[in-house]
Design a protein around this ligand. Structure first.
Ligand SMILES: *Cc1c(COP(=O)(O)O)cnc(C)c1O
Length: 361
């Protein structure tokens, strides 16, 4: 069986280094907000090209904390793609803000910038872009709209660690960015983890405090904060894996290129990219009209697949108030999309095998 994602195999490549770093943490007896966080925050900010990074408990919290840090709340509207993982939207509603959903571009699956301006009102505060499946959003038009209407740009970079747009990394394409280090992400830890990157010193200081009980120094609470910290063990693991992230992403790009050059089946629509550097292929999602049949066929040939995602946020029970709304492009994508294996530990032979099986479908 070719697994959809072999996390054990991915992480075992770093076993010796991880063992050594955890021994050090055991020796030091210091588990939160210590050296490992300091090192990782500095290295991840450097990697993204930003001045600041703060490790937090998970990706949802990262987005949540950015919105809290800006002080957005009830009555404020935030623009967000209709075609995303629900976390992007949950972060907005959790703060009492109103998510304003925008349809994607069918070629990139990312937010369609042409549809943003008509949704801007006097209450709009920010545009949240999501670099879905690992592909950086084409930011130029977003930058222009944000400037024209004085809006903040929040990036949801949970799927695109390391991707570039116009020479800058994801995480450095807006005012603040939320990352997830959930185990399956391109940079994943061994539990939950997340981070905020930004160049805004005031926002950075505020988020750092809010994430630690609203405290800027011990027992001194200036905000009604939360507890959202990255622990030292996860920070250490991430710091090790960060060194290999560009190499891992290159391997993903190589596999994606092989699939795109060699999968030839008119029943299968392949993903597109506008620039090779812009896509780090967190997910290789194809589309087909008979998805269930295709998924069963691959399963029978020992190839595991996954669906990202089967139901769009506006049709989820959590957002019953939107059930009358229709976002036809998002709906079509959710009905036809299916993800085939892509990961840095997939072998050439497995990639060839997957391609042959798909071509024979
Ligand atoms: C994974 C993910 C998140 C949430 O990350 P967690 O660490 O699981 O909280 C947010 N947005 C997108 C697009 C994601 O893929």
């Amino acid at each position: 069986m070719i697994k959809f994602l072999d996390l054990g195999k991915i992480n075992n490549r770093f076993r010796a280094e991880i063992d050594q770093r955890i021994q050090k943490i055991l020796d030091n007896g210091w588990y939160l907000q210590g050296e490992e966080n300091e090192t990782f925050n500095r290295n991840f900010a450097n990697f993204c090209g930003t001045k600041y990074c703060v490790g937090v408990a998970n990706g949802l919290d990262a987005l949540n904390l950015i919105i809290k840090g800006y002080g957005f709340g009830p009555g404020d509207e935030i623009i967000v793609p209709a075609n995303t993982y629900i976390a992007s939207i949950l972060a907005i509603s959790e703060n009492g803000c109103t998510p304003v959903l925008i349809e994607p571009d069918i070629n990139t699956y990312n937010i369609n910038p042409k549809l943003i301006e008509e949704k801007i009102t006097s209450r709009t505060k920010a545009i949240m872009v999501v670099h879905l499946y690992g592909q950086a959003v084409k930011m130029q038009e977003i930058w222009e709209i944000a400037k024209k209407y004085n809006l903040k740009i929040i990036e949801d970079s949970a799927q695109a660690h390391g991707a570039y747009y116009k020479g800058k990394r994801v995480g450095n394409l807006g005012d603040a960015s939320g990352f997830s280090f959930y185990p399956g992400k391109n940079l994943g830890c061994m539990g939950d983890g997340g981070a905020v990157t930004t160049n805004d010193e005031i926002l950075y200081e505020k988020i750092k405090a809010i994430a630690n009980y609203g405290s800027d120094r011990k027992y001194h609470h200036i905000y009604k904060g939360v507890n959202s910290r990255l622990d030292e063990i996860q920070a250490a693991i991430l710091d090790i894996k960060l060194k290999y992230l560009d190499l891992d992403n290159k391997r993903r790009q190589q596999i994606a290129k092989y699939y795109r050059d060699n999968i030839k089946n008119e029943k299968i629509i392949l993903p597109q990219t506008y620039n090779e550097d812009s896509h780090v292929w967190h997910i290789f999602a194809v589309r087909t009209n008979n998805r269930d049949d295709f998924q069963n066929y691959l399963e029978k040939h020992n190839i595991q697949t996954n669906i990202h995602y089967p139901t769009p946020p506006h049709q989820q029970g959590a957002y019953k108030e939107w059930s009358h709304l229709s976002y036809p492009i998002s709906e079509i994508i959710h009905k036809t999309i299916i993800s085939i294996p892509i990961s840095p530990v997939l072998t050439d032979e497995e990639v060839r095998n997957i391609t042959e099986v798909i071509n024979a479908y």
